[in-house]
Design a protein around this ligand. Structure first.
Ligand code: GYE
Length: 326
């Protein structure tokens, strides 16, 4: 190669390199313009419990306060419908999509389709598989609670207050959802580290009251010596209380029940002594969701996770906090 052609080769190679890099740079979250008003999508996963209803109300109220048009869909517990809902929002040309992905993997195609269509996605309350889609690249950010920490807080309470009870039935949330995965991880690791406890059974009740009741009933029969039930949400804990009572036992005395969410009914049950403790999972997303969107439109760099603060309820504060619970 002559000196000239080597230089030409190097120039061409550098140009190709720069183009490749530019190509990768466009593989970023689509931009959002600053505008007076927006058409915004909110793809809800289901509406079968007070937590979901509080979240939807918070999103609708904030959109209305800002005067934005909200395209709202409810996937009714079906990941496949939720993917279709997001595709329909893309077709309607929304500016942003707020997505509460029902499960970690099946919603990946929806995230990628929105990105391809140039619409930024903000994940609300549940996340997607971090190996398949990344914050700041495929979607803007995840806004929600630290689920691992929620599980840890339940375990820490038990380590201090279980009073000799040790045999745990765990009622898991929706299989493949990030809160079920992380609430299990946080709890199981912390309870193991605490020592002296045994998880005698762990099964999904799909975050639903009646499923929780059925699963608790079967597991209490299989493990009559179980004296603690840890439910990944209030609904399953309330179902478990029915199962405990149907088995002729007293919740709060024979069996300690603990849960996550902190809705009014559950906080009331803490005040009554039927639930021992609840970690709140804050459902009031509206203000933070729309503020994050506005910060992005202004050109601010958005952190990959925006974490909500959660309260904790037990017999020491449940009565006083009841009025503030959702
Ligand atoms: O705990 C549960 C709901 O994703 C954090 O989903 C949310 C969970 C919440 O259906 O009750």
């Amino acid at each position: 190669m002559s000196a000239f052609s080597r230089r030409t080769f190097l120039t061409v190679a550098t140009t190709i390199g720069a183009l490749t890099f530019a190509g990768m740079a466009t593989a970023q979250v689509p931009a959002l313009k600053q505008k007076d008003t927006y058409k915004v999508g909110f793809a809800q996963t289901e509406s079968n419990n007070p937590w979901r209803i509080a979240q939807t109300e918070s999103m609708k109220a904030e959109a209305a306060r800002l005067g934005y048009q909200l395209v709202y869909t409810d996937a009714a517990g079906s990941a496949a419908k939720q993917v279709a809902d997001v595709n329909s929002m893309i077709a309607q040309g929304v500016d942003v999509i707020f997505l509460a992905p029902r499960e970690e993997k099946p919603l990946i195609p929806a995230v990628m389709a929105a990105k391809k269509a140039g619409i930024p996605v903000i994940l609300l309350d549940r996340s997607v598989d971090p190996k398949l889609a990344k914050a700041g690249q495929d979607y803007l950010t995840f806004i929600g609670s630290d689920f691992v920490q929620e599980g840890q807080r339940v375990a820490e309470w038990l380590a201090k207050n279980a009073g000799g009870k040790t045999k745990i039935i765990e009622l898991e949330g929706t299989t493949g959802s990030s809160p079920a995965n992380d609430r299990k991880k946080g709890f199981d690791e912390a309870i193991k580290a605490a020592g002296g406890f045994e998880i005698v059974a762990s099964q999904s009740g799909d975050f639903a009251r009646d499923k929780g009741r059925q699963v608790a009933e079967a597991l209490l029969q299989a493990h009559p010596d179980a004296d603690i039930i840890y439910a990944h949400n209030d609904e399953m804990a309330i179902g478990a209380i029915s199962a405990i009572e149907a088995a002729g036992k007293v919740p709060g005395k024979d069996i300690l029940v603990l849960s996550i969410d902190g809705g009014k009914e559950a906080v009331g049950l803490v005040a009554e002594g039927k639930i021992a403790a609840v970690v709140e999972c804050n459902p009031r997303f509206g203000p933070k969701a729309f503020e994050t969107m506005a910060r992005y439109a202004k050109g601010e760099k958005i952190e990959p996770r925006v974490i909500n603060d959660d309260k904790f309820y037990d017999s020491s504060n449940a009565k006083a906090e009841l009025a503030n619970a959702y």
